[in-house]
Design a protein around this ligand. Structure first.
Ligand code: ASP
Ligand code: MG
Length: 471
C-alpha cells in the first residue's frame, strides 16, 4: 500500500466549508488504496491572534482575553457547524473545543496575573491553534465515514530540545515513537490527524517548531514512516517562476531539486518552513506542493531526480520586501581581525537577524540587509556600541529598498549568468545597490530601490525567458 503524508496549511482549513473539502480530499486519496497521515495547521490567522493575546495578557489586559476567548469559540464553533453534519459527532467535537478553549483562557489569565510572558509560556499559548484545528478536521473526516484519530505533536511522539519558539526535534526518539504510535493506525485503516507545529520536550513541556512549522511536522512524520510522498497542500498551484501578481505570465515549476526548493522556500511568497526539507532529503522522499482549491493540478514535485530539463540556468526570480539595508563604514575595520565578528555579535545579541551580507576586499565597508521593522533597533545598538570607538566611522541606512533573488541549480558553473542578470537590470535602468552570491551558486541576490523592484523582477523573467521555461 502506498503511504502519503498530507499537510494542510491555515488557509486550506480557514473555514468549516474548507475543512469539509479537505476531508473529502483525504477520503478520495484513501479510497485509491493509499494510507494517509494528515497534518494540520491552525485555522488561518489563529496563531497570530494567539500571539497577540499572549502579549495582551502580559500587559494584564483581562478584558481583551475575555473578548478573545469569545472570538476563538465563535470561529471554531462556526467551523464545526459547517464541517460536521452528524449531530452526535458534532457534540463530541464541540465538547473538546470548549474544554480546550477553557484551558487556553486559564493559561492567559495566569499570564495576566504574573504579568510575565516567558518563551516557554508563549509556546504553550501558541500550541492552542493546532490543538483546536486537529479535532475539527478529525471530526470532519469521521463525518465522511472514515475512521480517524486525533493526536497533538506530543501525543504523536515528536520530542524536541528546550529551544522554545524554534525547537529542534530529537530525531532518534521521535522516529521511534512516530513508528510505534502512528504506523499501526495505517495498517488498521484509521486516519491519524496530527496537529502540526507543536511538539514537547522529553519532560513533556510543550514546544513549537517555529512559525510555519507544520511543514516540518509533516516531513518528520514522512521520513519516520518511510512514506512514498509528502504532500504540502496550500492555496497556490505550486512554486512558480515568479510571483504571478508581478508577472502574469509566470509559469508553474513542475519539478525542483531539494536544494532549489529550499532556496526558493526561503525567498518565496509562500515560504515553506526552512528546515522542512531536511528530514525527507536525507530519506530521499519526494515532496509535492499542491493546491487544495485546484487538486487536479499535480503541483510542484520536489525530489532528487529531475526528468524535465529547463532551458536555462535561472528557474525563478523572487522579491523580498520589508527589508532595510545598513552600510557600515570605517577604516578601523581594515586588517583588524574580529571587527566583523563584533558587528554581528552585537546584532545577534540584540535578536536582529541578518538576511544578507556583502563586504568588499577593501574591508572598509560592509553592507547588511535586515527586516525593516528592526532597523531602528539595529541602528541604535550599532551607534551606541561601536561609533566613535575607532572601529567604524559612519553608519547609514536605506529603508526604501528590496532584495531581488534569481535562483536555479543550473546556475552553478554556467558562464555568463551574473552578466545577464545585471545587464538586464541596466537595460531597464535599474540601479543595483548591493550584490551577494554565495559560492553554492544557487542564487544571485541583489538590492534595489523598492520602486524598481517590479522592473528588476520583470527584467530577469524576460532575460531568461521564464515564461517559456519548458518549451
Ligand atoms: N500555525 C503555525 C503558524 O502559523 C504553524 C503553521 O502554520 O505551519 O506559524
Ligand atoms: Mg500558518
Amino acid at each position: 500500500m502506498k503511504k502519503i503524508v498530507m499537510k494542510f496549511g491555515g488557509t486550506s482549513v480557514a473555514t468549516g466549508e474548507n475543512m469539509r473539502h479537505v476531508a473529502r480530499l483525504v477520503v478520495d486519496t484513501t479510497s485509491q488504496e493509499c494510507g494517509v497521515v494528515v497534518v494540520v495547521s491552525a485555522l488561518d490567522g489563529v496563531t497570530d491572534e494567539l500571539l497577540e493575546a499572549a502579549e495582551q495578557a502580559q500587559k494584564e489586559k483581562q478584558e481583551y482575553i475575555k473578548a478573545f476567548k469569545q472570538r476563538m469559540l465563535d470561529t471554531h464553533f462556526t467551523a464545526i457547524s459547517k464541517a460536521i453534519r452528524n449531530a452526535q459527532l458534532r457534540k463530541e467535537v464541540e465538547h473538546i473545543i470548549q474544554k480546550t478553549i477553557d484551558e487556553l483562557e486559564k493559561v492567559l489569565t495566569g499570564i495576566c496575573y504574573v504579568g510575565e510572558l516567558t518563551a516557554k509560556s508563549k509556546d504553550y499559548v501558541l500550541s492552542f491553534g493546532e490543538r483546536l484545528s486537529a479535532p475539527v478536521l478529525c471530526g470532519a473526516i469521521s463525518d465522511l465515514k472514515l475512521k480517524s484519530q486525533c493526536f497533538t505533536g506530543k501525543e504523536a511522539g515528536i520530542v524536541t530540545d528546550v529551544n522554545f519558539g524554534e525547537a529542534n526535534p530529537l530525531l532518534n526518539v521521535t522516529t521511534h515513537q512516530l513508528k510505534e504510535r502512528i504506523k499501526p493506525l495505517l495498517e488498521k485503516n484509521v486516519i491519524p490527524v496530527v496537529s502540526g507545529y507543536i511538539a514537547a520536550t522529553q519532560d513533556g513541556v510543550v514546544t513549537t517548531l517555529g512559525r510555519g512549522g507544520s511543514d516540518y511536522t509533516a516531513t518528520l512524520i514522512g521520513a519516520a514512516l518511510g512514506v512514498d510522498e509528502v504532500w504540502i497542500w496550500t492555496d497556490v498551484d505550486g512554486i512558480m517562476t515568479a510571483d504571478p501578481k508581478i508577472i502574469p505570465t509566470a509559469k508553474l515549476l513542475p519539478e525542483l531539486s531539494y536544494q532549489e526548493a529550499a532556496e526558493m522556500a526561503i525567498f518565496g511568497a509562500k515560504a515553506m518552513h526552512p528546515r522542512a526539507l531536511e528530514p525527507i532529503m536525507k530519506a530521499n522522499i519526494p515532496a509535492r506542493i499542491r493546491n487544495v482549491f485546484n487538486p487536479k493540478n499535480p503541483g510542484t514535485l520536489i525530489s532528487s531526480d529531475q526528468t524535465t530539463t529547463s532551458k536555462d540556468a535561472v528557474k525563478s526570480v523572487a522579491i523580498i520586501k520589508d527589508v532595510a539595508m545598513i552600510n557600515i563604514n570605517g577604516a578601523g575595520m581594515v586588517g583588524a581581525p574580529g571587527s566583523y565578528a563584533r558587528i554581528f555579535d552585537l546584532l545577534g545579541r540584540n535578536h536582529i537577524n541578518v538576511m544578507m551580507i556583502s563586504a568588499a576586499v577593501s574591508e572598509a565597508n560592509i553592507s547588511i540587509v535586515i527586516r525593516r521593522n528592526l532597523l531602528g533597533r539595529a541602528l541604535s545598538v550599532l551607534e551606541i556600541a561601536l561609533l566613535g570607538k575607532g572601529l567604524i566611522s559612519d553608519v547609514a541606512a536605506e529603508d526604501d529598498v528590496c532584495v531581488v533573488a534569481a535562483m536555479g541549480a543550473n546556475m552553478k558553473g554556467t558562464l555568463g549568468v551574473a552578466s545577464r542578470v545585471f545587464t538586464s537590470q541596466a537595460r531597464n535602468c535599474v540601479n543595483i545597490r548591493m550584490i551577494a552570491q554565495g559560492s553554492s551558486e544557487l542564487n544571485i541576490s541583489f538590492v534595489v530601490k523598492e520602486k524598481d523592484g517590479k522592473a528588476a523582477v520583470k527584467a530577469i523573467h524576460e532575460e531568461f525567458e521564464l515564461d517559456k521555461i519548458y518549451l
